[in-house]
Ligand binder design. Structure first.
Ligand code: GLA
Length: 387
């Protein structure tokens, strides 16, 4: 891949002398959904698929961006003085956002650069292609300008830029997972304290399979921000009677006691998901540590049901993929992953059942939804690297 992206860089920008090659992964969240902005525990892992970047400093202030995936857009130009969100800037709003965020945090970028990207994460799949691009940009800036920043800092700057520049009020999970990934481990992250633990993902004779719904992501961002608001209001309501900082400070028992404070039925369901999902994640990690993959799988299934019925972020496509997966012999657990509304599911499937899983779920999906899903057997990979 290194040769491929270097060649592309030379083709687009004239030559590749002095250009460096970087890789930053995508991520999949195994369990702990929609709770990273509610102080909960999440359990994502980095993947071996991700975004490759080739970068080289310039002597002027120009920024020249090129994406092999969006080749038809050609080179998109900007300058380091003009870091504004612009519709016509397309995908470059992500790297531009991170460059802007560096400036806001006191890390001045002193010259322009040429940047070529190539990603092998299916786009819009919910496997964090945007967080991958954000962390890649931060990783490149740190390297080119010798900034004294840790990978955790890069995650926080990435989230800051997505919140403040791109306008999605996301939590820290994606940027953290991508920046801090470790081969064959998932990250048990406390999103309130930002403490974490690496837990081995040993699935014995089973594998992680991603099913991509290929549903066009519409309204995802506005729905996402809407859910976040609902949680904030529910927290304020409960805070009138008990001193908590986040919804995940409650366990299910306490939630049952205080839920009367939530004055809207939907909002109450949202909060119920949050509280129960946090508890499920804690239990799931304990199960994995004890090698109890069956229990881990059951908790994944319960997570999906809660996201479907209480948080209402699944939709027909994701529900079909998951419900069909549950019917297949050899499927240990299956759930939607990421923000939802479209995007992907993640399943733990026994190796000898993978072919029939893809065949059965794929056929049923196409019949019901009218277009095909894509399937990927994935590996858990490391965080950012210079190649
Ligand atoms: C998106 C956001 C994350 C997280 C998930 C849902 O991926 O970027 O911060 O909230 O949705 O768990």
């Amino acid at each position: 891949m290194k040769e491929f992206v270097l060649e592309k860089f030379a083709e687009i920008f004239g030559d590749n002398k002095g250009a460096e090659v970087y890789f930053v992964p995508g991520r999949v969240n195994l369990i702990g959904e929609h709770i990273d902005y509610n102080g909960g525990r999440v359990f994502p892992c980095a993947l071996t698929i991700g975004t490759y970047g080739v970068a080289r400093k310039r002597e002027d202030n120009k920024l020249r961006f090129y994406s092999v995936n969006y080749g038809t857009l050609g080179i998109i130009e900007s300058t380091i003085e003009n870091l504004k969100l612009e519709e016509e800037a397309h995908w470059t709003n992500y790297p531009k956002g991170v460059m802007w965020a560096f400036g806001e945090k006191g890390f001045q970028i002193s010259c322009g650069m040429d940047l070529l990207l190539y990603g092998n994460i299916p786009t819009g799949s919910g496997l964090s292609s945007s967080a991958s691009v954000e962390i890649l940009t931060g990783f490149i800036l740190r390297d080119l300008f010798c900034f004294d920043l840790t990978n955790e800092d890069l995650a926080l700057i990435g989230q800051f830029s997505e919140n403040q520049f791109n306008g999605l009020n996301c939590g820290i999970m994606d940027q953290f997972a991508v920046a801090m990934g470790k081969k064959d481990h998932a990250i048990f992250l406390d999103t309130e304290k930002l403490t974490y633990e690496y837990v081995p993902v040993q699935l014995e004779n089973a594998r992680l399979v991603i099913a991509c719904s290929n549903k066009k992501r519409e309204l995802t961002d506005s729905k996402y921000n809407e859910r976040r608001n609902e949680c904030e209001v529910a927290l304020e309501e409960i805070k009138q009677v008990i001193g908590i900082n986040t919804l995940c400070d409650l366990n299910e028992e306490l939630f049952e006691m205080y839920k009367v404070m939530i004055k809207d039925e939907d909002r109450c369901k949202r909060a119920k998901h949050v509280v129960s999902e946090n508890q499920r994640t804690i239990q799931a990690v304990e199960a994995l540590k004890k090698n109890d993959i069956e229990l881990f799988g059951q908790l994944m299934n319960a997570s999906h049901i809660s996201l479907r019925d209480d948080y209402e972020v699944t939709g027909e496509e994701l529900d079909t993929l998951v419900e069909e997966a549950w019917k297949v012999e050899g499927v240990i657990g299956s759930r939607m992953t990421g923000a939802g509304f479209g995007g992907c599911t993640v399943s733990i499937v026994r190796e000898d059942a993978i072919d029939s899983f893809i065949e059965k779920v794929g056929t049923a999906y196409k019949e019901k939804i009218g277009y095909a899903a894509d399937f990927y057997v994935v590996e858990v990979g490391d965080g950012p690297v210079i190649l």
